[in-house]
Write a protein that binds this ligand. Structure first.
Ligand code: GDP
Ligand code: CA
Length: 310
């Protein structure tokens, strides 16, 4: 069994490679739910949905989130009623959030609801939210403490990052199955996701960091920072704000407690020596996930780095 720690877009694109080389029944995804938030009274789980839509083949590939060819009639009417419109939710996407919220109100847990959606979308892998308890990533900025989606979407990541706070994390527990999956995994792959606000959030759930440290399967990470910058998103601003070096070295430092192998891009081959000096072996490969072939090749490289023959 393979475990993948995943955020949204970077994680989902990596998973599109993993499912090409490992049967879905052998994959467990641990998904970041620190971006979850209510919009119009509905529970939205951005990263979980990006993963589900991407693997179900219905994602809007240009955006990396939402459902392809969706329409926005509901939002137009909601804004007529004076609601904010900075977080775009398409009509079909809203059906997911209505369905999720409805089941949560009936007393189902976030894990149960996520599993329900996963089945309805025809997927055979396990997708576990990192926790069933609410955890909300907030960014401390000179303008105040902003929910991560507010910082990212409404403020377009323009504010200086002073700190990152995972509200609720210290009191949260890993969702059922999360620690066992890590314990039983033949390999644990850390997707090229944001090391602070995607993977860092998962690591902030008490017990997960220690489980990775104690895992018998190898822990392999892929750097989302290539040539000193993220492919997309605010990882550079957030890492810099926390005083971390924006490079594959900075990413390695985030994971060094439990990491067995770091996978970095060919463009960063010159960093190999410095990362190996941290005590972490390095694999250099093409990590740019351009198409199905490059995604599958990256997944294969990660599994081989974990000592698995596929
Ligand atoms: P989010 O939750 O939607 O922000 O997505 P993630 O946290 O899962 O992924 C965001 C990270 O994915 C960014 O830091 C990007 O640099 C990284 N990323 C996206 N595409 C690629 C790619 O093709 N290769 C690599 N190495 N990283 C990528
Ligand atoms: Ca996210």
């Amino acid at each position: 069994m393979i475990v993948v720690l995943s955020g949204g877009v970077g994680g989902a694109r990596f998973l599109q490679g993993v499912v090409q080389v490992v049967p879905q029944q052998q994959i467990t995804v641990i998904s970041n739910t620190g971006d979850d938030r209510e919009f119009y009274g509905l529970h939205v789980s951005p990263d979980v949905d990006i993963v589900l839509y991407s693997l179900a083949g219905i994602v809007d590939a240009a955006n990396g989130w939402g459902i392809r060819d969706d329409t926005y009639n509901t939002m137009q009417q909601l804004t007529r009623y004076g609601n904010e419109d900075w977080f775009l939710l398409g009509d079909r996407d809203l059906a997911t959030h209505i369905h999720r919220t409805n089941l949560l109100r009936q007393g189902k847990t976030l894990s149960e609801v996520t599993d329900n959606l996963r089945i309805q979308l025809g997927l055979d892998l396990r997708v576990l939210p990192m926790s069933d308890q609410p955890i909300a990533t907030h960014i401390q900025t000179p303008a105040g403490l902003l929910h991560f989606e507010e910082y990212l979407v409404k403020h377009r990541s323009a504010d200086d990052v002073q700190d990152v706070v995972f509200v609720g994390a210290s009191k949260a527990k890993p969702a059922p199955g999360v620690l066992d999956a890590i314990k039983q995994a033949d390999a644990i792959l850390i997707a090229p996701s944001n090391p602070i606000v995607s993977v860092g959030t998962i690591l902030a759930v008490p017990g997960i960091h220690d489980a990775l440290h104690e895992a018998s399967g190898m822990v392999i990470a892929i750097s989302p920072i290539v040539g000193g910058a993220p492919i997309k998103g605010p990882a550079d601003k957030i890492m810099r704000g926390l005083g971390l070096e924006v490079s594959a070295i900075g990413v390695t430092r985030c994971y060094r407690d439990f990491l067995d192998v770091m996978i970095i891009d060919e463009q960063d081959a010159h960093l190999t020596r410095e990362i190996e000096d941290l005590g972490i072996p390095v694999v250099v490969t093409d990590t740019i996930m351009r198409d199905d072939e490059t995604k599958a090749a990256l997944a294969r490289t990660a599994l081989q780095a974990a000592g698995l023959t596929i």
